[in-house]
Write a protein that binds this ligand. Structure first.
Ligand SMILES: O=C(O)CCC(=O)C(=O)O
Ligand SMILES: [Fe+2]
Length: 313
């Protein structure tokens, strides 16, 4: 595994100007987004609708969540592997995470909050819902831009209607000793898209096509927007997912958040606009959640490229 390259990911600002659909800055930003995703599978974003207050509120909520006793956190279960509580795993001993399914909806956040705090926790509930809605807004802008450039806006819009967002709260404890510890093993996300947000402590690294790791420094106003495996299949291989990992150094705990978009109820299918003689069909229609289940089987875990193993042509 290579050392850290002296390189940074592209940064794209989403401001009130370029958020106006169809404006000339919307069009030029859309091209930037596609270039960044095709080259890196991810990029850094700033987003005008995200405030420092919300940054503060959501990490405050995160701390409160992780301060609950382990047996309470373990009540966060899910039918989907890795969507609920994960902690004390021998392969990633520094990692602990919880997930709110359908976190952009009142029902999703209410359900989670009631399970963890039976007598309620209004500040947590509000922060989680608000954060999910705002960041999901960024996700929608990014993918609308991508679909516009590729001429597949309708296909994306029908997928977006059935998107279910998973908000994961993540905490890494510091490794014992001076050596950097592996916070999360190198992987691509199984989602359609993912948006990560880190607090203070660095650790996230993404791999370039040349095979170098690039560090992504935390900032209260930036996100990392990533393509997942499902996005690669949808775009017929045009956008490859970001291969990333977390390395933890120093003695500080690291808190991060991931908002993952998964497509529910409908199969993801390559739009016909993306298939021609030069771009033969690479993926069969597939179900995003069944794919997650496949990934956690012996075959899925062993596979070098699980999405191709699952639904590659
Ligand atoms: O903690 C992070 O910054 C990254 C987490 C991540 O890659 C994941 O949960 O899939
Ligand atoms: Fe990830």
């Amino acid at each position: 595994m290579g050392s850290l390259a002296n390189q940074t990911l592209p940064t794209i600002a989403f401001s009130s100007q370029n958020l106006e659909v169809g404006s000339s800055s919307w069009v030029s930003t859309s091209k930037e987004v596609v270039l960044a995703l095709e080259e890196f599978g991810c990029f850094i974003a700033t987003y005008t609708n995200f405030s420092p207050q919300l940054h503060h509120a959501i990490f405050q909520a995160s701390e409160e969540l992780f301060d609950l006793p382990t047996h309470v956190k373990m009540l966060n279960t899910s039918d989907t592997p890795s969507h609920g509580y994960v902690g004390q795993e021998p392969v990633v001993p520094l990692y602990e995470g919880l997930g709110i399914e359908n976190s952009t909806t009142e029902q999703g956040v209410d359900r989670f909050t009631r399970i963890l705090w039976p007598s309620g926790n209004e500040t947590f509930r509000e922060a989680a819902l608000e954060y999910s809605k705002v960041v999901a807004g960024l996700d929608k802008v990014v993918m609308t831009m991508v679909s516009e450039v590729y001429g597949i806006r309708n296909a994306y819009e029908s997928l977006h209607e059935t998107t279910s967002y998973l908000l994961r709260f993540i905490k890494y404890i510091a490794p014992a000793g001076d050596e950097a510890g592996l916070g999360i093993v190198p992987h691509t996300d199984k989602s359609f898209t993912s948006i990560l947000h880190q607090r203070q402590v660095k650790g996230l690294q993404a791999m370039t096509k040349a095979g170098d790791w690039v560090g992504v420094d935390p900032s209260p106003s930036t996100f990392v927007v990533m393509a997942g495996d499902a996005c690669m299949a949808f775009t017929n291989g045009r956008i490859e997912p970001s291969y990333h990992r977390v390395m933890i150094e120093g003695s500080e705990e690291r808190y991060s958040l991931g908002l993952f978009a998964f497509i529910r109820d409908v199969e993801i299918q390559v739009p016909e606009e993306l298939v021609d003689e030069d771009h033969p069909l690479q993926f069969k229609p597939f179900d995003n959640y069944k794919y997650v289940h496949f990934y956690y089987t012996e075959e899925g875990r062993r596979s070098k490229c699980p999405i191709r193993a699952y639904c590659g042509v």
